[in-house]
Ligand binder design. Structure first.
Ligand code: BYC
Length: 320
C-alpha cells in the first residue's frame, strides 16, 4: 500500500491555500509563502510612500488657499494623508520590514510611489482636480483592497477609504464652485481637469496584458479586480459627474460600447507613464529632494524621541 508523504512545508502551504480559498484573512502570526510576503511588502510600502509623497502637491497650496475655510479643509486633508502613510507603514512592518528600511528605500530613490504625484499644481483648481480625480481613483482602487487577504492591509484600507470619500467630495465641491463661477474660474477648472484626467487613469497601473503582478496578486486575493477592470469602473463613475460639473471630459473618443458593455476610451499615453516611473516626470526629482530634506530636518525629532524612550525604559527597569 502506498502512502503520500507530505513535508511540513507542504502542510503549511495547504493550510495557507485553504485560508485563501475560504476567504479567511492571513494574519501576521500565520505562515505565508515568501513570495506572498514580498508581494505585500512591495505593494504596501509603495502605497505608504504614495500617501507621504502625495502630501507635497497639495501642501504647496496650504499657504495660498483662497479662504480660511478652504485652508482648514486642505490642512486636514493633507494631515489625513500623513495618517494613511503611517497606518500603511505599520501594516508593512507586521511583515518583517523595518520602517527605517522603507524610508531609506524611498529617499535613496529605490522605491516606487504612485506616478500621479510627479505632476505640478500650478493653480487652485488643481486642488479640486486632485480631490475629485486622484482621490476618486484611489477610492475606486482601494475599496476592493478592504477585502485584501492580508488582515492588517485590509483593515487599514477600511479607515483610509472613509477619509478618501471626504477628500473626493471636497475636491468635487471646489471644482463645482469654480465651474459655476466666472468664465475665468470655469476655464481654470477645465484646464486642471485636462491636466489630471489622463494621469489619474494611469494610477490603476499598466493594461492587464502588461501587468506582470496582477495574476498572482489576484490568485492570492490581494487584488480583487484587474487594473483595466478598475479603470473601466472609474471612468463609468466620472461620466455623470462631468455632466453635473458642466465640464468637458478630455477624452473625446470616450463612448459606451453597447456590444461589449464597456467604455471605449481614447489612447492612454503609456510611454509617458513608463517615463514617469523611470524618474523622468515633471516633479520626480523635486519630490524626492523635498522628502530627503524633510527627513534630514527631522533628525533631531527622531533623536529626541529615541532618547526619551531610552530614559523611560531605564526608569521602568530601575523601579522593577
Ligand atoms: N505608479 O504589475 P502591475 C492617494 C508599477 S495615494 C507607479 O500592475 P501591481 C493620495 C507596479 O508597482 C494612493 N508605479 O503592479 C495620497 C509594478 O512595478 P514593481 C495610491 C506603478 O502592484 C495623497 C509595475 O508598475 N494608491 O490616494 O499588481 C493625496 C507593474 O504594474 C503604478 C496605491 O498605492 C503607478 N500608478 O498593481 C491624494 C494603491 N502602477 O512594483 C491621494 C496600491 C503600476 O513590480 N497599489 N506601477 O516594480 C495597487 O493597488 C497596485 O500596486 C497597483 C499596481 C494597481 C498600483
Amino acid at each position: 500500500m502506498s502512502t503520500t508523504v507530505t513535508s511540513p512545508d507542504d502542510e503549511l502551504q495547504a493550510d495557507f491555500d485553504a485560508l485563501i480559498e475560504a476567504e479567511q484573512r492571513i494574519e501576521p502570526r500565520d505562515w505565508m509563502p515568501e513570495a506572498y510576503r514580498k508581494t505585500l511588502i512591495r505593494q504596501i510600502s509603495q502605497h505608504a510612500h504614495s500617501e507621504i509623497i502625495g502630501m507635497q502637491p497639495e501642501a504647496n497650496w496650504i499657504t495660498r488657499a483662497p479662504s480660511l475655510k478652504r485652508k482648514a479643509i486642505l490642512m486636514a486633508k493633507v494631515q489625513d494623508e500623513a495618517g494613511h502613510g503611517l497606518y500603511l507603514y505599520s501594516a508593512a512592518q507586521t511583515l518583517g520590514i523595518a520602517r527605517d528600511t522603507m524610508t531609506e528605500q524611498l529617499i535613496e530613490g529605490r522605491a516606487r510611489y504612485s506616478s500621479i504625484f510627479n505632476y505640478p499644481t500650478p493653480t487652485w483648481a488643481d486642488m479640486g482636480a486632485i480631490g475629485w480625480l486622484v482621490d476618486g481613483a484611489a477610492i475606486c482602487n482601494q475599496v476592493p483592497l478592504c477585502r485584501a487577504s492580508y488582515g492588517p492591509y485590509g483593515r487599514a484600507m477600511v479607515r483610509i477609504c472613509k477619509e478618501e470619500s471626504f477628500h473626493q467630495r471636497q475636491g468635487f465641491e471646489i471644482l463645482l464652485e469654480l465651474a459655476n463661477g466666472t468664465p475665468e474660474q470655469k476655464q481654470m477648472a477645465q484646464d486642471a481637469v485636462n491636466r489630471w484626467y489622463w494621469p489619474s487613469l494611469q494610477m490603476f497601473g499598466p493594461p492587464d496584458d502588461e501587468s506582470p503582478n496582477s495574476a498572482q496578486s489576484m490568485a492570492w486575493k490581494i487584488k480583487r479586480f484587474s487594473n483595466d477592470e478598475l479603470r473601466q469602473r472609474f471612468v463609468g463613475m466620472l461620466v455623470p459627474q462631468f455632466e453635473a460639473l458642466g465640464l468637458e471630459c478630455p477624452d473625446k473618443d470616450l463612448r459606451w460600447n453597447e456590444e461589449t458593455e464597456q467604455w471605449d476610451m481614447g489612447e492612454i499615453d503609456w510611454d509617458e507613464f513608463f517615463d514617469v516611473l523611470k524618474g523622468h516626470g515633471h516633479c520626480n526629482a523635486q519630490r524626492l529632494q523635498h522628502r530627503r530634506q524633510a527627513h534630514e530636518d527631522g533628525a533631531w525629532v527622531r533623536e529626541a524621541a529615541a532618547e526619551y524612550a531610552r530614559k523611560q525604559s531605564a526608569q521602568l527597569k530601575a523601579v522593577a
